[in-house]
Design a protein around this ligand. Structure first.
Ligand code: 9Z3
Length: 311
């Protein structure tokens, strides 16, 4: 598995913004280390969000995409921040609407608000504008306070390379780090070294394409990158009859601390948190969204995990 992962990284197109990503992750961690040194150790959640794309050509015209709106990752990030975590939010470009406000992209916000507000009556418009603006301020605030670091990906190559940088950087954070893998990551891809340079032509009618399995990085994370971190992955299925079985199997296979099982149709209302000892069914109920009980549950599990270390 490690060899497969290595050859994935060796053959991947180099990450264009690599130096910037490394520098921003290091800056973020420096602040964490400085706070820890004076006894203010904050937990860090690494939230992945949105779907990865698999390019079919090097000069890419077509991609295979993965389903995810990014709303689970964005909402969860807000709850982690509210629980006083620092958050590294690794998200698909343009997937998570509210968090794109955090960059202070005023043109986009203005355009979005005007467009949205035009659908509402005057009184609603003001309320909506106030709420969204304050959300924007909260999130800009989180960025300014260095509690939120946003990193963007589109392709599978970008996602896994950034994950490797962040994963390895989390080693010193130990049990205070939580990886929360809500992103929908491709299972298959076209390796860069066997990818066509130019746009695939349709002159010959039908086409057959061989896809390679994506090396599983969760094992690497647990074994090498950040072995002490609290790790939560998600299992998405459309067939509810196999969901829990698959979630339990990935819990053991990759040494996760929890696997969140969700079915496509019901994912906004119900999830099952699978751990070695217990399985918890969480429902949205009266909460604004399912991410609130989910994040609360995982924060509590990480607290137990931290206490085990102290015992
Ligand atoms: C999830 O299962 C997420 O909960 C969703 C969230 C993608 C369904 P939205 O972004 O949806 O709010 O629209 N993410 C993980 C999906 C995934 O690729 N899991 C892999 C698998 O099931 C394992 S890591 O095999």
């Amino acid at each position: 598995m490690e060899q497969e992962a290595q050859s994935f990284f060796d053959s991947a197109p180099p990450l264009r913004c690599r130096d910037d990503v490394v520098a921003s992750v290091n800056r973020f961690l420096d602040i964490w280390k400085a706070a820890s040194a004076i006894g203010q150790t904050r937990r860090i959640a690494i939230v992945t969000s949105g779907g990865t794309t698999v390019p079919l050509e090097r000069r890419c015209v077509r991609v295979i995409d993965n389903f995810s709106s990014g709303s689970r990752g964005a909402a969860s990030t807000e709850y982690f921040l509210a629980s006083d975590y620092a958050v590294i939010f690794l998200h698909r470009r343009q997937a998570a609407l509210f968090f794109s406000f955090a960059n202070g992209d005023a043109t986009f916000v203005k355009y979005f608000l005007e467009d949205l507000c035009s659908h509402f009556a005057a009184r609603c418009r003001i309320i909506l504008y106030k709420n969204v603006s304050s959300l924007w301020m909260d999130q800009s605030g989180a960025v300014l306070q260095k509690k939120l670091l946003k990193l963007e990906f589109t392709t599978l190559f970008e996602y896994l390379q950034i994950l490797e940088i962040v994963g390895a950087a989390m080693k010193p954070v130990g049990r205070h780090a939580m990886f929360y893998f809500a992103a929908a990551v491709s299972d298959f891809y076209v390796p860069w070294n066997s990818m066509m340079e130019h746009k695939i032509q349709s002159d010959d009618g039908s086409m057959t394409m061989q896809l390679a399995p994506v090396p599983k990085m969760l094992g690497l994370l647990r074994k090498h990158w950040a072995p002490e971190a609290f790790c939560v992955s998600f299992k998405l299925e459309t067939d509810v009859d196999i969901l829990l079985k698959k979630a339990r199997s990935s819990l053991c296979k990759y040494g996760m601390h929890a696997v969140v099982a969700n079915e496509l149709e019901t994912r906004k209302n119900k999830v099952v948190v699978v751990t070695r000892k217990v399985e918890m069914v969480l429902e949205k109920g009266d909460c604004p969204d399912i991410e609130l009980p989910l994040v609360n549950c995982l924060v509590a599990r990480q607290t137990m995990y931290l206490q085990q270390q102290q015992a």
